[in-house]
Design a protein around this ligand. Structure first.
Ligand SMILES: [Zn+2]
Length: 545
């Protein structure tokens, strides 16, 4: 016995049979997609007509997010834009530093007499007149309780004086490129990059090892996935300590867990040979709904935080060049050993100097260990230029671009960070596709909200928050965008043989939509209403998520 679902339209992404009206599901897999008469040929079945008025497409694949988004919603949302929490609540964006401090003060009062730190996230000082936030600003919320507010980029942490004191950093003579000093010779409270953030992070609720094991946050992230039509999500930079892995295996193994999580081990805290060994050990623990065994390396910082590494002529507003997160020798060693052992690496590069360095290192590693189909993937790669995409193609690399940036920071990129010309080439989706580089697009949630159809809208329209079209010639078609948020992202995770299309033999992972993304119009793609998902043949409605 199997189930046949009837739909208004099924977009399959199967090139041999792009559309269907019915899909048959058995044992969590797709028995077939076609019309009713064809599918009844498989034998005894139940016809389920509940989606007869809906449009089905392959379950959406988010190729770069962080399950930590689920945890962050228990902290204070301090972002500039309105945003929806996993429980469906809409949080209004905060338009000034005073608004941010007021919301933090409300939350501080609720903490009462406890010694608990106050943590916030989503901060975006580039939108404020001062351009930055200092410890003195946060001291206006409390001088006795440690406070930390993570930037939207997640690459910079602002803390108050108390937090610096607890971390032993409230002293003169601190000499670190990620710890700017004020006129008084003391740190300003802005901490850039993981090295600078880590020692203070644990005092303000941002201890990555602890957050990795947060079960409620993990579950909340999966709820968001259902609301957004996502059936597979990459969790791109997890430290994956044993306790967290045990939790993730247990929770994803529950009969009604609604998503497949691909969790990458972030390069941090282990020498490269040990990192490779650890990741191979993790790979052996993979299950259907928890995939392990890929490495994530972060090469530089963020463009809007001016911590990305840019080639000449650098930042448009004259800001000094950004930070290297990993020394080049380590990059070289990582790619060589990973290719030797058949381990995949995804590398974050934002600035074009970082992309160039990583291309050089991968090319050198490939000479030592020629590897067909390694699918090493550039993540963000926002400033990649046409020549760099040609090198990616030649080296067999994939790219996962970040078009959401055009909406959230496009105006700032044009006016401040990289200037008009390079802002128009950012996230050059059309060039990547024309060059033949396998491409995904992503939200980097919690950096921007999870929602592949919104990301697809960004790639199709390249519209900024103020309404400017940024780089009209890099816009892509709706068809390309839809392929990119399904098969495209699945390919970068080496899952395209299992998910990303609705065809015989694949996992029964389906996004259930109220509207047809192919006919609603490219300018309305973000407004497509999502009913829910089918994951491995199990049905999840967003209303119940
Ligand atoms: Zn990320």
């Amino acid at each position: 016995m199997f189930t046949i679902y009837e739909a208004r339209k099924i977009i399959t992404m199967n090139p041999s049979r792009p559309y269907a009206t019915h899909v048959a599901v058995q044992d969590g897999r797709i028995l077939g997609a076609g019309d009713l008469a064809e599918l009844t040929g498989w034998g005894a079945h139940t016809l389920d007509r509940r989606f007869a008025n809906k449009v089905l497409m392959p379950g959406l694949v988010e190729g770069h997010s962080h399950v930590m988004e689920g945890v962050f919603w228990r902290y204070v949302y301090c972002g500039y834009f309105d945003r929806m929490a996993p429980d469906g609540t809409d949080w209004p964006g905060l338009k000034s530093i005073d608004d941010v401090l007021a919301r933090l003060r409300d939350a501080e009062v609720k903490l009462g007499d406890t010694k608990a730190p106050l943590a916030g996230w989503g901060l975006d000082p580039i939108y404020f007149s001062t351009g930055r936030v200092s410890r003195q600003d946060l001291d206006r919320v409390s001088t006795t309780r440690p406070i930390g507010v993570l930037h939207a980029s997640a690459h910079i942490l602002n803390v108050n004086t108390k937090a610096l004191e607890l971390a032993g950093l409230l002293r003169p003579g601190v000499n670190h490129p990620g710890v700017p000093l004020g006129p008084d010779g003391l740190p300003t409270g802005e901490l850039k990059g993981p090295d600078a953030m880590m020692p203070v992070g644990s005092h303000v609720g941002f201890d990555r090892e602890t957050l990795a094991g947060d079960e409620k946050g993990f579950r909340d992230f999966a709820r968001l996935c259902v609301r957004k039509g996502v059936t597979t999500a990459a969790d791109l930079a997890n430290l994956l300590p044993d306790k967290a892995v045990e939790m993730m295996l247990r929770v994803t193994g529950e009969p009604m867990f609604p998503a497949r999580i691909v969790s990458l081990r972030r390069h941090q805290g282990l020498p490269i040979p040990e990192l490779i060994a650890r990741v191979r050990e993790l790979a052996a623990k993979s299950t259907d709904r928890l995939r392990l065994g890929i490495i994530k390396i972060v090469a530089d910082g963020s463009i809007q935080g001016f911590s990305a590494r840019l080639r000449w002529p650098g930042y448009y507003n004259g800001a000094p060049n950004g930070l290297w997160y990993v020394p080049p020798e380590q990059l070289r060693e990582a790619y060589k050993l990973a290719l030797r052992d058949g381990v995949q690496i995804h590398t974050h590069t934002n600035g074009d100097e970082a992309t160039e360095l990583v291309l050089d290192c991968i090319e050198e590693a490939l000479r030592a260990h020629p590897s067909p189909d390694h699918r090493f993937t550039f993540q963000h790669c926002q400033l990649g230029d046409a020549a760099q995409f040609r090198r990616m193609k030649a080296l067999g690399c994939c790219v996962n671009l970040f078009p959401n940036h055009h909406f959230y920071w496009g105006d700032q990129h044009y006016a401040l960070t990289v200037g008009p010309e390079r802002a128009e080439r950012m996230n050059a989706c059309a060039t990547a596709l024309a060059t033949g580089v396998p491409m995904a697009i992503h939200s980097d949630a919690p950096v921007t909200p999870l929602g592949p159809l919104f990301t697809a809208w960004c790639a199709v329209n390249r519209q900024t928050a103020s309404g400017r079209t940024l780089g009209a010639s890099e816009r892509i078609s709706v068809a390309d965008a839809l392929r990119t948020i399904t098969l495209g992202a699945a390919y970068t995770l080496k899952l395209d043989g299992e998910v990303g299309s609705i065809e015989c033999g694949k996992r029964a992972d389906i996004a259930v939509l109220e509207d047809d993304p192919e006919t609603i119009g490219g300018d309305k793609l973000k407004d497509v209403r999502i009913w829910g998902t089918i994951h491995g043949g199990r049905v999840f409605s967003a209303a119940d998520a």
